[in-house]
Write a protein that binds this ligand. Sequence first.
Ligand code: P6P
Length: 327
Amino acid sequence: MTLLNEVLTQDNTPQALIDVVACIANCCCQIAEQVGHGALGETLGATEAENVQGEVQKKLDIIANDLLVAALVAQGSVRTIASEEEEHARVATHGAPYIVAFDPLDGSSNIDVNGQIGTIFTVFNARDDVPDHSEEQFFQAGSKQICAGYVLYGPYTTLVISTGTAVHEFTLNKMRGEFYASKLAMVFHAGMREFSANMANLFYWPKKFQNHILGMIAPQSASTRFTMRWQGAMVGDVHRILTRGGLFIYPGDSRDIKQPAKLRLLYEAFPMALLIEAAGGCAYTEQGRILAASLNELHQRTPVILGDKTFVSECFTALSAAEKCIA
Ligand code: P6P
């Protein structure tokens, strides 16, 4: 069984980046341990606090965030950190080569119901043209990511990662606290008629897009009808799509015109787009390719349509033809 760092070395990943990934992976081992305690630990339930997203913070959100922040500040090769749970970026090590953004616990509303949750992370080269403490460190195109990955805390814990070429899956041996290769060079399975969407938002989507989605599930010949899965945690849905194909959509909607999109560009859409594209799928906003988008606000939100190239392009066409519910 091949270890995470051995595979990354075989991928010619710089040692300093392997060390950052190892730091994140070690934190996720600890988070997996905490998650596994359930009601027997001190980790379930919510705090009184709200994060910058206006979401009630779960205890485990804070535990996971604090673990990652402390470890990355101490790690030595990370200049600046950004977290979904923190309003501003923070300096870790002045002048260090990398910057790291993460969603420490994606899908945390699933915690108290033993649902899927995960950690999502992305790594860029640091910028020398803006101050180390500035959130402008992260104002880069998605295509500038040098590493992206997630850890899914499911019945077993998996880490999926790419340093820009292949996508590999690793499974955690909790006894040893080590991730071992379980799928190397994952390849996207085209043609899987299974989609993920929160269908409760259907009537808030542009009419033409509503009709497109309804056409995917209308009673018609069984060979073309889609089935649906919605985990309520992007990591769970994207992992299933990376593993067996399908389509993930979280389009803009008219529920809150001031905040028409929900998912965050920096630490949800960018890393998932890199992984999906590296495996052979594609990933779009409603305006174009996610990796071609650039960040201009730390917690910027974006519509997301990703997965099977054929199904994504059909959605993109329906949305592009649709009256935009967002400018
Ligand atoms: P909804 C979790 O809060 C998240 O950011 C993603 O992980 C997930 O796919 C989505 O939001 C769930 O959204 O509207 O179903 O609660």
